[in-house]
Structures are given as C-alpha cells and as structure tokens.
Ligand binder design. Structure first.
Ligand SMILES: Cc1ncc(COP(=O)(O)O)c(C=O)c1O
Length: 370
C-alpha cells in the first residue's frame, strides 16, 4: 500500500482529533438548539456558543458583539455585499478589488457592479505581485486579500489600511483572511478594517462554519431575516431586532461546527507553520528544470507549472501515487491571467505532514518529470 500524502491544506485542513472528539461529544451528550430554549440543556448550548464566540473574539482581537458566525468566507463576502447594499443604498460606491482576490472575494462585487449601482476599480500590484502600497487609488470600499491562495505571501494589512486611509479616511475596508489566518496573527484593531472573514475548515474546524467580523455592527443593516434575530414585533412597521451578533444570525447556527471551531483555534497555535517542509521542497523542486515555480522561498505554498505537461494531468498522476495536491485555477483566475497561465499545481502543508512526506512528494515529482 502506497503512502497517502495530503498536501492540500490551503484547500481544506484535515481535522485534528480534538475537533472530531469535541463534535462527537457535543452531539452525543449536549446537543440542543441555541438561542431558543430555556431548559438547562439549551442554556448550556447557549453558553457553549458564547464561549466559542469569546475564543474567536480573543483570537482576532475583537469583542463578542463583533463576531458573527457564517458558513464560511464565501458566505461572509456575499453577506458583506448585501449588508453594504442594504445600508448605503443612496450612493454609487467605487470598490477597489485586486488580482490577488479569490473568486469569492471579488465576484460578489463584480456582479453587484453589473447593474451600474457601484463601480469596481483595480488595486495595483507591484512587480512581485504584492499590493502596491505606494499606489493605492481612491475608492469607497476596498477588498484586501491578506494572502493569495496561489502566491502565499502575507500582505501587510496594517500598512495597506494606513495607505487606504490616506486616500479616504472613511473607506470601508474588507479583509479576506481565509489563507492568512493560518500563518499571521490577526489583530483587527491593527488591521483597522471594517469587516474581516475567514473559514473554519481551513484551520482544522469542520466545513460549514466561518467568521465575519464587523467593526461597528450597530451601523449596518441586516441582510437576512428569520428566527433568533428578533427582539419584538409590535406591528409590521415596528420590528425591533436584537443587538449584534444575534441580529446578523437569523436561523439556526451550525452548532456542531461552532463547537469544533474552538478546538481548531486552540490547536492552530501549537503548529509551527511547516515552513521547514516548504523550504525543503522548494529547494529540491527548484533544481528540476522542467518545474517552473512562481512562488518564492518565503511563501507558505509552492505553486508551479510543468514544461510540456498540463497541470490537471500532472495532478492526476500525483493522485495515482496517493499524493493529494491542488491543481487548476484555484478559483483565482485573475492572478493566473497575470501570470499568463491557465492553472498551476499548488503544494501546501498542514500539521499532519512530515519531512518523510516532503521527501516522498519531491521524489515522486522528480520521477514524473524525468
Ligand atoms: C483567499 C481565499 N478566499 C476565499 C476562499 C473561499 O473560502 P470558502 O470556500 O471556505 O468559502 C478561499 C478558499 O480557497 C481562499 O483561499
């Protein structure tokens, strides 16, 4: 039986045992709905969700009322568009997006722009394909991808926000932290951002849970209606909503996944980031003529193409050797366009990977391109 090597952490993490156990324990011993019941068991679930919210708030330097549970980054970005639309309906905002953005960060804005009620412009990148801090244009809303899922380099969000505020002190700054959350400690105060999103599944939590940070929740109208968010309905014209976070959390939350998120966050802090593995593979693969790596040695991932071979075929061949990496456009078409390629192969590691895995991957790739 061939060794199975999963080096696709940037797509989704394998789950730590503590996350799995906490979810099984919750489902077995504590499950009830949250925010609806008054029996001791339901109250306990409320306390558990509140506890996780506190963990998330501490994790990113926020308070509990700033933390809204979503189903992931994509959900968060789409919701932010609707929250903004529902709040600033009298304006035609200019929105700065960039070629580093994942489809889920940029497309909701591009699609909004289609009806002419907002306009998108492009944040310039420098020669290294990082956000060009010296040339930030004026806009009303900025989407800042803190780490591209192809390039793997942290964009200095605090500095970028400072440069943005020099252009427009009232700008709405939205941070996509889906990748950076793994490697760079988030501090929403230092980031000086209005919204920030990430997904639980990319840090070891289950799928179906994400986080949306909102700096000033009272300033924004909601985008969803349903149970759990209403304080009182006097009549159709007088509907009083709960305060944040409840006002943004209509409907039943992904409770089991939320419970696991706490363990995922705790587990994350025990990992060194796996850069020794990345450096080893980078150095070895750089020696291979047919491999064209376009990430740098300090990147958190290795992205490359292979001379004379389609990346999808290459991914399939690695699959035959029980190696799981990501191939294709990574839902990041714009950066691939900038690089003049259709797609790439991406290696990314998690805490489960070992130097033995790295050696096996290097050996296999060398054999395949020989
Ligand atoms: C930078 C970035 N943003 C957004 C997303 C979307 O995340 P999700 O699919 O968890 O919503 C991803 C996922 O790969 C990503 O890498």
């Amino acid at each position: 039986m061939k060794k199975f090597v999963y080096m696709d952490a940037a797509a989704s993490w394998l789950k730590p045992q503590s996350v799995i156990e906490s979810e099984v324990d919750f489902l077995t011993n504590s499950y009830a709905n949250a925010g609806r019941g008054i029996c001791a068991r339901a109250a306990n679930v409320d306390a558990m969700v509140d506890d996780v919210r506190g963990t998330v708030a501490d994790f990113i330097g926020a308070n509990k009322e700033n933390i809204v549970f979503t189903s992931g980054t994509t959900d968060g970005m789409n919701r932010i568009v609707n929250i903004i639309k529902n709040t600033i309906s009298n304006k035609t905002p200019i929105i700065a997006v960039s070629d580093l953005d994942h489809h889920s960060a940029r497309l909701p804005f591009e699609m909004w722009a289609k009806d002419g009620s907002c306009k998108t412009i492009i944040l310039p990148l420098d020669s290294q394909l990082n956000i060009d801090i010296k040339n930030i244009p004026f806009a009303d809303i900025y989407v800042v991808t803190a780490m591209s899922n192809v390039m793997g380099i942290f964009q200095d969000v605090s500095k970028i926000s400072k440069a943005i505020r020099a252009q427009n002190k009232d700008a709405i700054i939205i941070v996509d932290a889906a990748q950076s959350v793994v490697y760079n400690k988030i501090d929403v105060k230092k980031y000086d951002c209005d919204f920030l999103v990430f997904s639980g599944h990319k840090i070891g939590a289950d799928t179906g849970v994400g986080v949306m940070y909102i700096r000033k929740p009272d300033d924004w109208n909601v985008d969803k209606f349903g149970g759990g968010m209403v304080n009182r309905i006097i009549d159709s014209d007088n509907i009083i909503l709960n305060k944040s976070p409840e006002k943004f959390e209509a409907g039943t939350l992904p409770l089991t996944q939320i419970i696991g998120l706490k363990n995922a966050i705790e587990n994350l802090s025990n990992w060194n980031g796996g850069h020794d593995l990345i450096e080893y593979m980078y150095d070895e693969l750089s020696k291979t003529e047919k491999i064209k790596i376009f990430t740098t040695r300090d990147s958190h991932m290795i992205s490359f193409t292979i001379d004379g071979m389609h990346v999808i075929d290459f991914g399939a061949m690695l699959g035959v050797h029980n190696i799981c990496v990501r191939v294709g456009n990574m839902c990041a078409s714009w950066i691939h366009k900038r690089l003049n390629i259709d797609g790439s192969v991406r290696i990314s590691v998690g805490p489960w990977n070992t130097m033995d895995d790295a050696k096996y991957v290097v050996e296999t790739i060398k054999d395949l391109v020989a």
